[in-house]
Structures are given as C-alpha cells and as structure tokens.
Design a binder for this molecule. Structure first.
Ligand SMILES: Cc1cc2nc3c(=O)[nH]c(=O)nc-3n(C[C@H](O)[C@H](O)[C@H](O)COP(=O)(O)OP(=O)(O)OC[C@H]3O[C@@H](n4cnc5c(N)ncnc54)[C@H](O)[C@@H]3O)c2cc1C
Length: 455
C-alpha cells in the first residue's frame, strides 16, 4: 500500500477523485443517504459570496425549492483561494483561479450586490450599505475572515512585494484579486537568483490567531527550499539549498493541529537539513531598513535578521459582526460567529446559521471543511422547515494539502479528535498522487461540482 506504482496511483486517483466528486468522503457519507427536502416557503438570506455562501446556496436551491433565497455579497469575481499557492509556485495563472459570481450562482437565487453593515437578529433582519434592511426567516452567515497585517508594527500593506517581503495569503475578496500570489511568485524566483550570489536567511512568520489555509506558509517554505534545490524550474537547476537558512516561527508549540501530521512535518523539516523552527514566537515589529523582525517570546523580545520574509497575517472576524449579538463572548474564539459545533446553529438565535471561516469552531478553516458543513445546512434547514428532527451533524472535518516539494503533497484530513482520511493510505506520507489530484483535479472539481452543490 505504501509503495504505489504510477499506474495503481492513477487508478486510485480515479476512485479518489470519484469519491470526492460524488461527496462520499467519510464525513458526508451518512448525509448522502438522508438528503431530506422541503417544499415549504421561507425567506433564506445568505451573507457572503465566497466558498461557503455559493456552495450552500446551490445546495439549498435543491433541498428547499420553494424558498426565496437571497445572497448578499459585493464581489463580481469569485476567487479560488486554494489556487493562490499554485500561482506562487508558477503552475497556475492568477486568471485560472477566477470566475464571475453570476456564472457560479444557481438559477433562482437572488443576488444582491451589496455589503451587510449590521446584523439585527432580534428583528430577523440585516442592514445593507445600499439596499437598507433585508428581512429573513433563516440567515446563513458566510462572511469569511479578515486579515490584520496592521498587527505587525512597521509593516504597511504597500510594503508587501518590496524589500524581500511576501505574503501568499494577501487577496481582496470583495474585488476578486490575489496580489499576494503574484508577489510570492516573483519572491520565489528572486530567492533563487540571490542564493546563486550569496548566503541567505529566509524567515517564515505565522500568527497567533486561527488561520485559513492552514498549510499555506509551510507550502511556501517547502517550495522555496525545493526551488533552491533546483526543482520546480523548467529545467532542473543547480542545488543551492545549503546556501540558505530557513527559519519558521510559530506562535504556539506545534506546527499543525493534528499530532500525527505535526510529527510527520517535523520529520520532513529535520530531513531538509537547513530549517530551524522557533516556537512561542509572535511577530510584533519589522524594521524594514535593517531587515530585522522583532518577536515577543514569553517576556523577552527576540530579534531575527532576514533577507527574505514571508508573512502569514493574523486573521480576525469580519467587522460587520461587531455588536451583532451573534459572536462568541469569551475565550479563544471570542468575536467569531458563535455556532454549535455540530448543528452550526447560533445558540441564542436558532434561525441563524454559520458556515466557513467566520465560525468560531476548533476545526480547521478550509474549503474542505465547508464542503462538509454545506451538506449539514442543506439537510438540516430542510428538516427544520418540515419540523423534523435534525438528520445530520458536522463532525469537525477539515483538510490541508501540504505541498512538501514540487510533486509531493501530504494530504492532512483531520478533525479536532484525530485524523479522518478519505483514502486507505497513510495521510502523513507525502505522495505524488495527492499532488496530482490537488493540482490537476481540485480546482475543476471546486468550480464545476462543489460550487454547484454536487460534491
Ligand atoms: C493562500 C490560501 C491557501 C488555501 N489553501 C486551501 C487548500 O488547499 N484547501 C482548502 O480546503 N482550503 C484552502 N484555503 C482556505 C479556503 O480558501 C477558505 O477556507 C474558504 O475559501 C473560506 O470560504 P468562506 O466562504 O468562509 O469565506 P470566503 O471565501 O473568504 O468568502 C467571504 C465572502 O464574504 C464577502 N463579504 C465580506 N464582508 C461582507 C459583508 N460585510 N457583506 C457581504 N459580504 C461580505 C466577501 O466578499 C466574500 O465573498 C486557502 C486559503 C488561502 C488564502
């Protein structure tokens, strides 16, 4: 099982692809058997036109055919954010990751191109910038999260792309642009050019907040090192990786939320030979002129010099949620949308649901998590309309395809309780088959199946 021949791997990709495409991953298998629907009328409002908003709109269109579904979102263009790393890697163009929102939305979903400025759950309505109050019977919040680059003193958003600083996450979802992906592509090229002339220190800084795209900073580290080894280029190049020291800083004591994946990643990093990880380090300040990053480490301030710096920004709940009465009040998830971890329902307002990055849950923030959550909302909202018992619960599934080199992915599928692999293979082992699936199948599956509520 561990040593797959290329032909067997292709077969498995077919089966794996098919299982992903038909939605029979472990988390959703049970759901596919139930699939309840309701012909009742209701006003369902979805806020946000990203992965969660569009997926759940497509699913509800089927399970509640007589509901009046309104999606409120400003973005003309929808971005496949998972593809940003492949843009940086030089394997996709930015254009590959874009579709027009109107082409993705299902028929008979009313799109209000607008932004919600306030939630008024006591009156079952949201307030919008241009269209005033919009009433609902059921509300689904799919606002995603916001970046907070300003938590790093000395860094202005306009500095990203200058003086050796990159950030693959950087995008503007309202505008449908992903400038961070293009900057990171140039950054990777520049690193290799510089390493040919001098020794380098390359710093990768992760924040202390929850992160969407959990593996993206590791992707950037592994891909940078692999490029230095001469891979990922048109023609294999000279191995320069010993000329670079790579330093990854983490705010807590782990690399990854799943202990099995954490152990496997530590092994990968050790094997690289030129990577150091500093735990309990929070990036506070950058001196761009001196190229020094200042960290808080317990009670100390630690200086780390760099030639190149990759930043994964702190992430925070959308400002529109402030004072909404819908957020977690205390603890690690304070300020994020409060939902029950299994039903995705707000505990104070049972007609309000959440999906995706905006939710204050211990599970990972990913498109893969949304695929499972959307099935839960599809079936449960139909059941609620029929006044039936809820048929399905979210199990905390998330996924992170970590690119450990050009041509290899470690497919981390996990819940807060442990690994939950879709395939009968050790998920902690990087494989070509996962790389091929992630690079060649997933984007198409995302746009053509997931966004249409079929995966
Ligand atoms: C670099 C990177 C790599 C990633 N890699 C992977 C991966 O490999 N696999 C994976 O599964 N996931 C990955 N992810 C994560 C995945 O893309 C996100 O988890 C997912 O897209 C989140 O979907 P969402 O619907 O919660 O929010 P988003 O898709 O972020 O959408 C939020 C929407 O809300 C809208 N909005 C914002 N404010 C308002 C407002 N006030 N009113 C109305 N609308 C508003 C925005 O315009 C946008 O349409 C990655 C993410 C990044 C950035």
């Amino acid at each position: 099982m561990e040593r797959l021949k290329r032909r067997d791997a292709l077969k498995l990709m077919g089966i794996g692809g098919a299982s992903l495409l038909t939605g029979t991953s472990p988390a959703s298998a049970e759901a596919r058997l139930s699939a309840p629907s309701s012909k009742k009328e209701a006003r369902i409002v979805i806020v946000g036109g990203g992965t969660g908003g569009i997926t759940v709109a497509a699913r509800l269109r089927r399970s509640t055919p007589n509901a009046k579904i309104t999606l409120i979102a400003p973005n003309e263009i929808h971005l496949y954010q998972s593809g940003q790393v492949y843009v940086a890697a030089g394997l996709y163009s930015e254009y590959d990751n874009k579709r027009r929102t109107k082409d993705l939305l299902p028929d008979k979903v009313n799109w209000l191109q607008d932004k919600v400025t306030a939630f008024i759950p006591d009156s079952n309505k949201v307030h919008t910038e241009k269209n005033g109050d919009i009433p609902y019977d059921y509300l689904i919040v799919a606002l995603g999260c916001e970046y907070d680059y300003s938590s790093i003193e000395g860094l202005d958003l306009s500095d990203i792309g200058k003086d050796g600083i990159a950030s693959v996450h950087l995008n503007d979802l309202d505008k449908g642009t992903s400038q961070g992906a293009i900057i990171s592509r140039i950054w990777l090229k520049s690193i290799r050019r510089r390493a040919a002339k001098s020794d380098l220190k390359i710093l990768f800084a992760d924040p202390s907040t929850p992160i969407k795209g959990e593996g993206a900073s590791l992707d950037m580290l592994f891909l940078a090192n692999d490029r230095l080894k001469g891979n990922g280029l048109r023609k294999k190049g000279q191995d320069l990786h010993q000329k670079a020291s790579l330093i990854l800083t983490k705010a807590d004591k782990t690399l990854f939320p799943s202990p099995e994946i954490d152990r496997a990643l530590k092994k990968e990093l050790k094997a690289a030979g030129n990577v150091t990880v500093h735990y309990d380090h929070i990036l506070k300040h950058i001196d761009r002129e001196k190229k020094v990053a200042l960290y808080s480490h317990g009670d100390d301030i630690v200086e780390i010099p760099y030639d190149y710096l990759h930043i994964t920004p702190a992430m925070q709940p959308p400002k529109a949620l402030l004072d909404s009465g819908l957020t977690v009040q205390e603890g690690k998830h304070k300020g994020w949308l409060e939902v029950d971890g299994e039903t995705l329902q707000n505990p104070r307002y049972p007609n309000v649901f959440g999906i995706g990055d905006v939710t204050g849950l211990p599970s990972g923030k990913s498109g893969g998590a949304i695929r499972e959550q959307a099935i839960v909302l599809q079936d449960n909202i139909a059941a609620i309309l029929e006044e039936k018992k809820l048929p399905i619960y979210y199990n905390g599934y998330s996924v992170s395809p970590i690119k450990t080199r050009y041509g290899k992915v470690m497919l981390a599928e996990y819940t807060p309780k442990g690994l939950l692999p879709t395939f009968p293979l050790d998920p902690s082992k990087p494989r070509w088959i996962w790389w091929a699936m992630d690079l060649h199948l997933m984007r198409r599956a995302y746009f053509d199946l997931m966004m249409r509520g079929m995966m």
